[in-house]
Design a protein around this ligand. Structure first.
Ligand SMILES: Nc1ncnc2c1ncn2[C@@H]1O[C@H](COP(=O)(O)OP(=O)(O)O)[C@@H](O)[C@H]1O
Ligand SMILES: [Mg+2]
Length: 265
């Protein structure tokens, strides 16, 4: 089966009037209120916003890791009722098993899949090649740099051929140079896989570099404050005037508007 055939069935992700309140003994925290968002194709969107504005909560709801919420989340025309291999998730920490090799970590994602041993070998090799770690198949996570470990996490998430990839501050622990390199790789992977991706990031530049829309969330309760369409051709030049204008606009939205004017950096 070709990649097109595998993914030909995907429809929209639709998030309709989604709200989430964390209830505990003495306090209720309203984490999300009236979130509405649609993805209609293999789009890459970013979500930015202050810490605590509900970004991770929203991703967990989309992933189906928390079913206790108001509103409706639909993916592939079905209401999300729990986790599914259709929806992969990547976290800031790579969460690889240190006692398993790179190859074994990736293979674990399809451990229970009804596929032959040879087919699983093929998928693992293909995904490792996709993240350019074919030569490190037998290495252990401790032998990898942070960026490489995160690439393994991407390969692992893609092993199950998800139709949506959710990334929660995946590169937050990396230094600036590694982060730029892995952003370029993620773009190539996205172009190769043709699946929708949602990346949560606190790095406005990362959001603009990667995505076609940047969703800015406001805190307490988390709401969609604005959605900025990034209509720049790819590959994007982070130093171009247009790019910097987007950066200014979004920093303004999140309340760091003094990046404007003489203090611009
Ligand atoms: N399991 C939980 N129980 C109670 N409150 C939570 C829980 N998870 C998150 N919250 C609260 O929900 C709000 C949003 O959290 P989160 O989604 O982690 O924000 P972000 O990822 O944007 O930093 C915060 O006020 C946080 O304290
Ligand atoms: Mg978070």
């Amino acid at each position: 089966m070709t990649m097109e055939a595998i993914h030909s069935g995907f429809g929209a992700l639709s998030i309709e009037a989604v709200g989430k309140v964390f209830v505990s003994n003495d306090t209720n925290v309203e984490a999300l209120r009236d979130i509405n968002l649609r993805l209609d194709g293999p789009e890459l969107i970013a979500i930015v916003g202050h810490s605590g504005c509900g970004k991770s909560t929203l991703l967990k709801l989309i992933a189906g890791l928390d079913r206790d919420y108001d509103g409706t989340i639909r993916f592939l025309d079905e209401v999300v009722r729990g986790p599914s291999i259709d929806r992969g998730m990547i976290f800031q920490e790579h969460r690889l098993f240190p006692w398993l090799t790179v190859e074994q970590n990736v293979r674990l994602a399809i451990h229970r899949a009804p596929l032959s041993r040879a087919k699983k070998d093929e998928i693992v090799a293909e995904r490792l090649a996709l993240v350019k770690l074919g030569d490190f198949a037998r290495s252990f996570p401790a032998q990898l740099s942070g960026g490489m470990a995160q690439r393994v996490a991407i390969a692992r998430a893609l092993a199950a051929s998800p139709r949506l990839l959710l990334l929660d501050e995946p590169f937050g622990a990396l230094d600036a140079f590694n982060r730029m390199a892995i952003q370029e790789e993620l773009l190539k992977i996205w172009q190769d896989q043709q699946i929708p991706m949602i990346i949560v990031t606190h790095d406005v530049e990362e959001a603009i570099f990667l995505s076609s829309r940047v969703v800015v969330m406001s805190p307490r309760p988390g709401r969609v404050q604005t959605i900025v369409e990034i209509d720049l051709p790819r590959p994007r030049d982070r130093t171009s005037a247009e790019f910097i204008a987007f950066k200014r606009l979004i920093l303004d939205e999140v309340g760091f508007g003094d990046a404007r004017g003489s203090r611009a950096s």
